[in-house]
Design a binder for this molecule. Structure first.
Ligand SMILES: [Zn+2]
Length: 463
């Protein structure tokens, strides 16, 4: 199968210095700049942003020039919570109660997934991310040395943080695989690929397992952390039933909130990325504030699975780092951050009955800089000299951009993923004129077809 999976990839071209000339607008770190240019160096960083004449005067000629008069340049989206390999399970089971969806459909299917199928699913997911303007993804699934989300991302070229799902019933093997995942992949390609720990949730991991995993993370950070810290991800307060389930199963108290409970175990830290965080109590907000743990909110998945709406304005007002994610394609069903950022804003306006709630600029920041902050990647998520060139070029010569007034309003409320024209990650041009250069689409579709027919043959729940 290795040959089949490898035939899905096209080797990335080398980095070349690129001058994006006279962009209609660049959403730079200090704010939007009109009719301005951006130089990407061959080291993969942003060298300069400013008038073309100034850049040409100060810097050597770029190898490539991209005329951008009808284009918008922005930082790539950071999808801070997903399970990209689950693109394989997209649309397979719908309209079921959450726990029966997980226990009767998803988990039995996942038990049959082979590493090559996971890698193929993740390659489709990484492709969908890039083609819809995401340059950095935080994704949790299952690691195997012969195929994983990390190996797919490495080949497709997206930046990512990946973790192996840990549950009570896989504990021993999962701790071993987490260690091996870190040793094999953490920091690969100048830190483009990073590994985190991935406890599934406080209702599927016992307190002692959560502590054991956290102790392992400390140990791994000592050895392999370096400049790229090994972070931790976990689903938190997605359902209202979690506190009861934890209390009954583990005979502990979680009545002050799920995040507060994690804090009491010592496993909520500034390195923790809590997915969802919908049903928070006062003590939870205090725990987030005290520890510096961050939130990855997944508004579309939360709606689809009927879990509720997180109170993002309060999270932000409390000073918590908030970012956005799509969650897995089995519960969303896309990896499209343009859709997610719009839902994030509209939901708050609708729920709070307030048109000023979570405005376009704030939503845009959550989907870009917020994710970078949560992932401890200060040199991504914004466009400024010295930052990594993880950026997206949007077409403005489209009906959705006619007329064009404000860049934040356009991106958050009107732009469509089909408007994503070019995408750079770490200075590499991966999507050029809407075509992903690192994937052989025909071979990938063939591999997906084969993976699905094998899965159907081996999974009674798929009848
Ligand atoms: Zn999730």
């Amino acid at each position: 199968m290795t040959a089949k999976v490898n035939s899905c990839y096209v080797p990335a071209e080398k980095r070349r210095s690129t001058l994006i000339e006279d962009a209609a607008v660049i959403i730079a770190a200090e704010g939007p700049r009109k009719n301005t240019s951006l130089l990407i160096s061959e080291t993969g960083n942003i060298e300069a942003i400013g008038p073309k004449s100034e850049i040409k005067e100060k810097f050597d000629a770029a190898e490539i020039a991209l005329s951008a008069r009808k284009l918008l340049v922005m930082p790539g989206f950071v999808n801070n919570h997903s399970h990209i390999a689950m693109t394989l399970l997209r649309g397979l089971a719908e309209d079921l109660p959450l726990l029966s969806w997980l226990r009767d459909k998803i988990w039995p299917l996942e038990a049959n997934l082979k590493p090559w199928q996971i890698e193929v699913g993740a390659a489709v997911g990484a492709a969908e991310c890039l083609l819809s303007g995401t340059t950095n993804v935080n994704s949790n699934y299952f690691f195997d040395p012969s195929g994983s989300e990390a190996s797919a991302a490495f080949n497709v070229g997206i930046r990512g943080t990946f973790s192996h799902g840990v549950f009570d019933w896989t504990a021993e093997q999962a701790l071993k695989l987490t260690k091996e995942f870190v040793e094999t992949w953490h920091g690969k390609d100048r830190g483009r690929i990073r590994i985190a720990t991935g406890a599934h949730s406080p209702y599927s991991c016992s307190p002692s397992l959560l502590k054991e995993l956290e102790a392992l993370r400390y140990e791994l950070n000592e050895k392999h952390g370096g400049i790229y810290r090994i972070l931790s991800t976990i689903h938190v307060a997605e359902a209202t039933t979690e506190a009861n389930e934890i209390q009954e199963k583990y005979k502990v108290s979680a009545r002050n909130g799920i995040a507060a409970y994690l804090d009491s175990l010592g496993v909520l830290t500034r390195d923790t990325i809590a997915a969802h965080a919908i049903h928070l109590l006062d003590d939870d907000f205090a725990a987030f504030k005290r520890t510096g743990a961050s939130i990855a909110s997944c508004p579309v998945s939360n709606l689809k699975v009927g879990m509720g709406v997180a109170n993002l304005p309060r999270d932000i007002a409390e000073g918590i780092t908030v970012s956005l994610g799509t969650d897995g394609p089995a519960s969303n069903n896309t990896l499209d951050m343009l859709e997610t950022v719009k839902f994030a804003s509209l939901l708050q306006k609708g729920i709070q009955g307030d048109t000023t709630a979570l405005g376009a600029k704030t939503a845009f920041d959550l989907a870009t800089a917020g994710g970078a902050r949560s992932l401890h990647l200060p040199d991504t998520g914004r466009l400024a000299p010295g930052m990594k060139a993880d950026l997206v070029v949007l077409d403005l010569a489209t009906i959705s951009a006619t007329p064009f007034h404000d860049p934040y309003n356009h991106v958050v409320f009107a732009a469509r993923s089909g408007d994503v024209r070019d995408v750079f990650v770490d200075g590499r041009l991966l999507v050029e004129n809407r075509k992903l250069k690192t994937i052989n689409m025909e071979n990938l579709v063939g591999a997906v077809d084969e993976a699905i027919s094998e899965l159907r043959a081996s999974s009674p729940t798929l009848a």
